[in-house]
Ligand binder design. Structure first.
Ligand code: PEP
Ligand code: MN
Length: 372
């Protein structure tokens, strides 16, 4: 159950304290407060954990300061979409809006290798009107002898270059909670020229202690990758760890499933589930065609499989696309075979825009059909 308080009613106000006292007095019930301040308003939501079946919904709705009570219909209460749910969804970070209506491209290096390559990439993004990038610094690798990423060493120059080329948000994976501190302190030392979206990779989606510690900080948003060998439900429950700890700035990313049934693609592309995630949760949905397809194969019209699956995800409502690029893919230290070339960026952007326009047209058609 979620108890939504009226605008500007804080949990420490007399009404807020009275509601918390009322809930805490019920046996087996624990209230958890989430406050969101933005656009001059304070929104407070109380997540009621425990056996809520004994609670009287209309009695709670009549307590002073209560706007509405929402009965939670899924185990992932905070990220879930529930009946009669009027909560404000989405978030703005460093001037970029993330919600189920947004459409963003995060193109860039799978792993940052050299300053020059990072600069070529950021300049290309800038020249093509982009304000977001992907730049991997900490890489989880299958083999301990493979390149593990430059880690904290490359953060100062990534941030400097992002600032120089007007990149407002850089997505980068972290594999340990100490990486969050390294990123925060490097951002601070460089004067916050950009923002960082932390990425939880597919291998760490069930690292619950990492999720909890990333969820406890509220400054940096988080891009969570779906686990490549677990159910969607398990991935969504894992994502709830972030939200239940207090960070609701979350984007959920589909990146393909590990099974030979997807051959010849690296992973079995799961973008048919974009609308499913949009229906089950209120999170913006990202697709990662690079790690799904894993190569640069083309069809008879010279369109890359990677672009076909991107279009399929976008036409089904994806809000964000995360794509690997590299100025010299043959020299890339990680995932070169799946990287797009820098001169393919305008093509990808235009191709994605075509698919997005088709999605918007489909929404309009559905609206018209249901009005008739
Ligand atoms: C990545 O995006 O660089 C990555 C390693 O992705 P995944 O966790 O989906 O394998
Ligand atoms: Mn990769």
């Amino acid at each position: 159950m979620i108890v939504l308080l009226k605008d500007n009613v804080a949990s420490e106000s007399p009404e807020g304290l009275n509601i918390l006292r009322y809930l805490s007095a019920r046996p087996g019930i624990t209230p958890k407060v989430h406050s969101i301040s933005g656009t001059g308003r304070l929104l407070t939501e109380i997540y009621v954990v425990g056996d809520t079946s004994t609670l009287d919904q209309s009695e709670i709705e009549h307590l002073p300061g209560v706007e509405k009570v929402v009965r939670v219909s899924r185990s992932y209460a905070v990220i879930g979409r529930h009946k009669d749910d009027t909560r404000n969804h989405g978030f703005t970070y460093n001037g970029i809006k993330f919600d189920q209506d947004c459409f963003l491209l995060f193109a860039g290096l799978c792993a940052v290798d050299t300053y020059q390559n990072a600069e070529i990439m950021m300049r290309a993004l800038h020249d093509n009107g982009q304000q977001c990038a992907r730049m991997g610094a900490y890489k989880p690798r299958t083999n301990p002898y493979s390149f593990q990423g430059h880690g904290a060493t490359c953060l100062p120059w990534i941030f400097e270059l992002a600032g120089k080329y007007g990149i407002r948000v850089v997505a980068m994976e972290i594999t340990h909670d100490s990486h969050v501190d390294e990123i925060m302190s490097s951002l601070h030392d460089s004067g916050h020229p950009t923002g960082v979206m932390l990425q939880i990779g597919t291998r760490n989606i069930q690292n619950f202690e990492l999720l909890k510690s990333v969820g406890r900080q509220n400054e940096l948003p988080v891009l969570v990758k779906r686990g490549f060998g677990i159910t969607l439900d398990e991935s969504l429950n894992a994502t709830e760890y972030l939200a239940s700890e207090g960070n609701q700035k979350i984007v959920f990313c589909l990146r393909g499933m590990k099974t030979n049934l997807g051959d010849p693609h690296r992973n079995f592309v799961d973008f048919a589930q974009v609308p499913v995630v949009r229906r089950l949760t209120h999170l913006p949905v990202c697709i990662d065609p690079s790690h799904s397809v894993g190569g640069r194969e083309i069809d008879s019209s010279s369109i890359l499989d990677l672009m076909h699956v991107s279009a399929q995800g976008v036409i089904a409502g994806a809000n964000m696309v995360l794509v690997d690029f590299h100025p010299h893919p043959e020299q890339a230290l990680v995932d070169g075979p799946q990287a797009l070339h820098i001169n393919e960026l305008p093509w990808l952007i235009e191709d994605l825009n075509i698919a997005r326009r088709a999605f918007v047209d489909r929404l309009e058609l559905s609206r018209r059909t249901h009005q008739e």
